[in-house]
Each structure stands twice: as structure tokens, then as C-alpha cells.
Design a protein around this ligand. Structure first.
Ligand SMILES: Nc1ncnc2c1ncn2[C@@H]1O[C@H](COP(=O)(O)OP(=O)(O)OP(=O)(O)O)[C@@H](O)[C@H]1O
Length: 256
């Protein structure tokens, strides 16, 4: 369904993403992992059509997304990392705006927006401005907005940030439910424990290049490690964090 082909992006000549290729098939949840600055957001900006690649292509259902960005966006649900939304609007007004932009008719739009807000525990705040919402509430509005038009492809960028335990569990269950409906899902996260539980495959990125693309269980057994977090540490984070932590404390103590 989603096919990323030999994608590269350079900012002022400096590569941020280099020759990245992968697929996300219907019903599949694919984790996209990498340390800070490894090129995850750049890839997502290209896939969502916000940025143009320096080279390479993004195909959706066999067609380059640049040929028909409007059509592609109608099939895409994107939950960004942060709520840069129209925060003066209420949750309900925001969903109505998003629904109208997606061409949903007024009656079903009203019903769906209210129902989504209710299911995401936002009913009592639906008329309050988003600027008054907590971080987790904003995140849940973004989730509702991404689902409004029943998209075939979903991209979640750190969706758990700010979510409490129950909301995070709901989100995990929702991911699995959406995948069983045949949605293709790309899931960017640093929460490796959750990624390991829900993803069919994980792609590990480092310095703009793909280091691994396999099922979490394949990676752990191949590398003879017990968790995805250990695999990740082995692949990309060869840093002695304990020594750095101790050095940091020494520095503020004035012993360095
Ligand atoms: N607008 C920009 N101009 C110049 N360089 C940029 C720009 N955006 C990103 N970069 C660089 O591209 C590289 C990849 O950045 P990117 O934001 O894609 O990483 P990331 O994996 O999403 O990081 P994080 O986990 O911190 O969100 C970094 O070296 C970053 O400094």
C-alpha cells in the first residue's frame, strides 16, 4: 500500500535521510525507530507530502503521492508529535473543521465528531478551547481528527507523549483494531516496549540510513538479546550512559 523507494533528503547539502526504502502493507503495523536526529521526522514529512525529497519516491497504492497530493491526503490520517492545531477552536469545532476539509457531510460529521470525543473521554470539554486542554487531551483530539475520515493509511508520530496509563492502553488496543480492519500503520516512537508489543515489523534508522528491517522477534533472536530495547542499544546507541550520568553529576558537584 505504502512504498518508500530510495528516499534521500539533504538539507543544504547535508544528508538527513539516505536511500531509505520500505513498505507498509494493509493490516501491518510498522515501527520506525531511531535515535534523535536519525531522520524519522524528515521521512514522515516527506511521506505526508509536507517536504519534497531530494531524490526517491513515495508511492501509495502504486502511484507517486506527488501526482495527486490531495487524493493521497484523503486516504491519510496523520497524528503529529505535537498539537500545532487551531488552539482557539474547541475540540468539537476542530473536528468539524477537519471533517469539512475531508468532505464529510454535515449530519454524519456532527454525529461522528461527538461520538469520537465521547469515546476519547473529551465529551465534557468538547466546547472548551483546545488551548485549555492538557497535553494528553490535545493528543486525543489529534487522534480523533486523524480518524475522522476513516483513512486507509495512518501515521503516528510519538502518539503516546502525554497520554496517561489508561489512554496509552486504549491507544495500543486501537492500533491493533485498526490493523485488523486492514489499515496500514506507520508508528514512530521511542517507547520500545510498546513498539515490541504491537509492531509486526520494525525499521531501525541511524544517521539517515536503515540498519534493520525485521520483526521484533527476528531481531531479538538473531542478535541473541532479550528485548527490542537491548537490540536498539546494540545497533545504534553504543554509549556508556551510566558513565555519562556519573560525569554529569560530577560536573554539577564541581568535581570534574
Ligand atoms: N529544516 C532543517 N534544516 C537543516 N537540517 C535539518 C532540518 N530538519 C532536520 N535537519 C537535520 O536532519 C537530521 C535528521 O533530523 P530529523 O528531525 O529527521 O530526526 P529525528 O529522527 O526525527 O529526530 P528526533 O528523534 O529528535 O525527533 C538531523 O541532523 C537534523 O539536524
Amino acid at each position: 500500500m505504502l512504498e518508500v523507494q530510495n528516499l534521500s533528503k539533504r538539507y543544504r547539502g547535508i544528508p538527513a535521510v539516505e536511500d531509505v526504502s520500505f513498505r507498509v502493507r494493509p493490516g501491518e503495523i510498522v515501527g520506525y525507530l531511531g535515535p534523535n536526529g536519525s531522520g524519522k521526522s524528515t521521512t514522515v514529512k516527506i511521506i505526508t507530502g509536507i517536504l519534497e525529497p531530494s531524490s526517491g519516491h513515495v508511492l501509495f497504492e502504486g502511484r507517486d503521492i506527488q501526482e495527486n497530493l490531495t487524493g493521497f491526503r484523503a486516504a491519510l490520517g496523520y497524528v503529529p508529535e505535537e498539537a500545532h492545531v487551531y488552539t482557539h477552536l474547541s475540540g468539537l469545532e476542530y473536528l468539524q473543521l477537519v471533517g469539512r476539509l475531508r468532505g464529510i457531510e454535515e449530519r454524519p460529521l456532527e454525529e461522528r465528531a461527538n461520538r469520537l470525543l465521547e469515546l476519547l473521554w473529551l465529551r465534557s470539554s468538547r466546547h472548551s478551547p483546545i488551548s485549555s486542554y492538557s497535553k494528553g487531551m490535545k493528543q486525543r483530539v489529534l487522534l480523533a481528527a486523524a480518524l475522522m475520515h476513516n483513512p486507509r493509511l495512518l501515521i503516528f508520530d510519538e502518539p503516546l507523549s502525554g497520554l496517561d496509563v489508561v489512554s496509552a492502553r486504549l491507544f495500543k488496543d486501537l492500533l491493533c483494531e485498526l490493523a485488523s480492519e486492514g489499515k496500514a500503520i506507520l508508528y514512530i516512537s521511542h517507547v520500545l516496549e510498546v513498539v515490541e508489543q504491537v509492531c509486526d515489523r520494525v525499521i531501525v534508522l541511524s544517521q539517515g540510513k536503515i540498519l534493520a528491517d525485521a520483526a521484533p522477534s527476528e531481531l531479538t533472536s538473531l542478535m541473541k538479546l532479550s528485548t527490542l530495547e537491548n537490540v536498539f542499544a546494540q545497533l545504534v546507541q553504543q554509549q556508556d550512559t551510566k558513565a555519562i550520568a556519573s560525569e554529569l553529576v560530577n560536573t554539577i558537584r564541581g568535581n570534574a
